[in-house]
Design a protein around this ligand. Sequence first.
Ligand code: ADP
Ligand code: MG
Length: 332
Amino acid sequence: MGEFDLIARFFKRPVQRAALGVGDDCALLLPRPDTHIAISTDMLVSGRHFFPETDPMRLGHKSLAVNLSDLAACGAQPLAFTLALSLPGVDEPWLAAFAQGLFALADAHGCELIGGDTTAGPLNICITVFGEVPVLAGRSQALLRSGARPGDDLYVSGTLGEARLALDALLGKINLPAEALAAARLRLEQPTPRVALGLALRGVASAALDVSDGMLGDLGHILQSSGVGATVDADAATELIAFSPFYIRAAGQFGIKLSEDQWRTLALSGGDDYELLFTAPAHVREAVAQASRSSQTPVTRIGQIETQQGLRLTNRQGQPLANTYASFDHFA
Ligand code: ADP
Ligand code: MG
C-alpha cells in the first residue's frame, strides 16, 4: 500500500464543518464571524511519550485527547485537526485500530480531520487542533494563563496522579496488582480532555491551563504569566488520588504500599493528568460549582492566589511543607 492509498483508506473522511478537507494542498476552515481560531500542536514520540507496544486504539485516542485538552484549557470549542504521521511501515491492523480510537474521540467532539502529512520514519504522531473562541465587544473569551489575581481561588478538575502511578508501575518502579494497574493505565493511555468544563468556565475562570507535566510545575506557568504567587494545600490535592474510588478499592483490597510523600509526589508532580487547573474570584464560587455540574466534571479547590510571589505548600492543617515536587522537563 502506497502513501496515498494509506491516506485515502484510513484518514480521508468527508467534512461537514470545514470548507475543504483532505485531498488538496491546503484545507479550508470556515471561521464564524466574531470568533478567534485557537490553535495548538502536540507531538507524541514513540519511546518518549508512549511505549512502542501501546494499544494503537488507545494511542489514537490519546494523540487527539492531549490536543483537545489544550483547547479545553483555553475554553475553545473544537473544530478541526491535522495529523502528521511518521510510520516505520504500513501495518494495516495497527493503522485501522489507531484510526478507530482517533475518530471515536474526534466524533465525540465534532472535531474533523482536515489534513496532515504522512512519511516513513520512527513512529511519531503530531496533531494540530483548531478551535473557536467567541469575541465579545472586541474581547476574546479565551481562558489564558495570565489572568489570575490575588485573592482568586485555585481549582483542579477530576483526579491527579493516577497516570503517573501507572507509568511507574509499567517501568517497574512500584508494584501494582493487575486490576489496579488496569484502572490506572486507562488514565495514562486514554485521558479525558475536559472540553465541556473549559467551555463552561468561559466568563467564570480568571486563568486556566491543562496539567500535562505535573500540577505544581504547571501552576508555576500561571503564576509567572499572571505575576502572582500561591499557597496550595498539598493534602487537598493528594486526597484526589487518595480518596478516589480507585484508591479506596486499591488500598483496601490490594494494599498498595506507598509513603505519604510518594502519594503527594504522584498528585503534585505526576504528570500526564490532562486535568484543568484554573483560578476564579471567590465571589463566583457558585458559578464554578454550576460549571462543574453542567459539564459533569468534578472540581476541587486546592489553594489561593496571593500577591506574594512564589509557591507555598501546606498540609491540611495549614502548616508549611517543603516543595520538593519538580515537574517534568524534556531537557532537564
Ligand atoms: P502535499 O505534498 O501537497 O503536502 P501530501 O501529498 O502530503 O500533500 O498529502 C495529500 C493530502 O493528504 C493533503 O490534503 C494532506 O493534507 C492529506 N494528508 C496527508 N497525510 C495525512 C494524514 N496522515 N491524515 C490526514 N490527511 C493527510
Ligand atoms: Mg505533504
